[in-house]
Write a protein that binds this ligand. Structure first.
Ligand code: KIV
Length: 282
């Protein structure tokens, strides 16, 4: 079995130094973690996008630490080779440094190896406290979905020169505080390139162009399980929602016509039920 991906291994993955780009996808439960780990991604992100693609909310603000612990534990139980990073949800690191460390520790105990938080300079005390507590931290700059109301919507960030400069400064400050990687979301490619060149840790882009040291997508977007919105930066590699609807429709038609279950899907009295159903010894 391949060795598990570690934080130091991720920290050193700069494309400019000859490393291959990092691949990160979200995972929220055991099946999605197993599916992505089998595809040999480097990182699994238990993202707070959970709120939108799994729990049915319109933004990420309603997801709680308890929700994140529940889903991180499901991912962690699969013992993936990929590094598991869990999002600190909104309000879990905004009130105090103590709160931040306690909430992050819950995610680590649930099965994450690192946590991610959104924001730049104003998060530095929290980042330093987490690193002091031996909790690896990933930063997240640009479009930070937990700031949706402050930003006035899910909008591209860093387009104006002063905003681009601030983004680069935030990234450098986060790295000085100890983050081992930085997600850049929805920023112009030229700005992502500047950040990538300015910091010694990998940048992982989502809607940030090709110059980053890695790329991340929300699994449900790339699989086409979530197809209600299509951000410009998403590439769909499957149509699982459409395929799933066709499959369930075929099942429904078979039930209604009497074609399901057939003889092969039906037990005879002499069969040993335990072995037949679960592959268990009878
Ligand atoms: O929650 C999430 O899925 C994320 C990614 C968009 C990076 O933070």
């Amino acid at each position: 079995m391949a060795a598990r991906v570690t934080v130091p291994a991720v920290r050193s993955r700069k494309v400019a130094a000859g490393a291959p780009p990092l691949v990160m996808v979200t995972a929220y439960d055991a099946p999605t973690a197993r599916l992505a780990d089998a595809a040999e991604v480097d990182l699994l992100l238990v993202g707070d996008s959970l709120a939108m693609v799994v729990l049915g909310y319109d933004d990420t603000l309603s997801v709680t630490v308890d929700d994140m612990v529940h889903h991180t534990a499901a991912v962690g139980r699969t013992a993936p080779r990929a590094l598991v990073v869990a999002d600190l949800p909104w309000m879990s690191y905004h009130v105090s440094v103590e709160d931040t460390v306690r909430n992050a520790a819950r995610l680590i105990r649930a099965g994450a190896t690192a946590v991610k938080l959104e924001g730049g300079a104003k998060r530095l005390p929290m980042v330093r406290a987490l690193v002091d507590a031996e909790i690896p931290v990933m930063g997240h700059l640009g479009l930070t979905p937990q700031s949706v109301h402050a930003l006035g919507g899910f909008k591209v960030q860093g387009r104006r020169p002063e905003a681009a400069d601030a983004l680069v400064e935030d990234a450098v400050a986060l790295v000085e505080a100890g983050v081992f990687a930085v997600v850049l979301e929805a920023v112009p490619a030229a700005v992502a390139r500047r950040v990538t060149e300015a910091v010694p840790v990998p940048t992982i882009g989502i809607g940030a162009g090709p110059a980053c040291d890695g790329q991340v997508l929300v699994l449900h977007d790339l699989l086409g399980l979530e197809d209600r919105v299509l951000p410009r930066f998403v590439r769909r590699y499957a149509s699982l929602r459409a395929d799933g609807t066709v499959a369930v429709g075929a099942f429904a038609a078979d039930v209604r016509s009497g074609a399901f279950p057939g003889a092969d899907e039906t037990y005879e009295p002499e069969e040993r039920l335990g072995a037949e159903v679960h592959g268990l010894p009878a």
